[in-house]
Ligand binder design. Sequence first.
Ligand SMILES: Cc1cc2nc3c(=O)[nH]c(=O)nc-3n(C[C@H](O)[C@H](O)[C@H](O)COP(=O)(O)O)c2cc1C
Length: 211
Amino acid sequence: MSKVLSAEALDQIFREARTYSAWLDKPVTDDTLLQLYDVMKWGPTSANSCPARFVFLRSRQSKERLRPALAPGNVEKTMTAPVTVIVAYDLLFYEKLPRLFPHRPAMRGLFAGNPQLVEVTAMRNSSLQGAYLMLAARATGLDCGPMSGFDNAKVDEEFFGAGKECDGCEQEFFPAGHVKSNFLCNLGYGDRSKLFTRAPRLAFNEACTVL
Ligand SMILES: Cc1cc2nc3c(=O)[nH]c(=O)nc-3n(C[C@H](O)[C@H](O)[C@H](O)COP(=O)(O)O)c2cc1C
């Protein structure tokens, strides 16, 4: 049985953790990103499908490639963030199932040829994995700023070759590239002095029912 984390740990991951738009001038190293991935990768996904793919944008050039896709309100916070990660999903995730889910070899065949199931599975599980990424970031001392205010099609074209020939795609139903963006998340060390008052959350009896 798992033990309950300390109040300090729960504060750090949830109660005191905020969505940041301003960042301290402190870089995020490769080691930190590796450590982050090595923690978040253990979060569960259906059939252990692990459909999320992560593109960490840290260089000035890579951020400039992202800039035209950003909603105006997200430009400044993204360009000043030490890292911006594109949380994406691979529509060919099922090709890795024989390795990732070896005890059920038939699982690959369930997805191959069923694009609706592939899309909903990839979207659901990459969203979960994006959430694991944020919680792992907070647990390992980083801060986050998630964003969906951007043009997915532009990001897919710029970073994932959407609209171009799809090498490696055997299926006709994913003609434009098999990796698609889900959401973006800025990562770094947040500047608490720039936060505004936190908005409330729904109370238990507004959001939950126990049957
Ligand atoms: C999937 C997702 C998309 C979001 N998109 C944006 C966005 O485009 N721009 C923005 O400024 N904030 C965005 N946010 C931030 C939310 O508004 C913020 O997380 C929420 O208000 C809670 O703030 P708090 O963590 O400081 O309590 C997004 C958050 C999530 C999880």
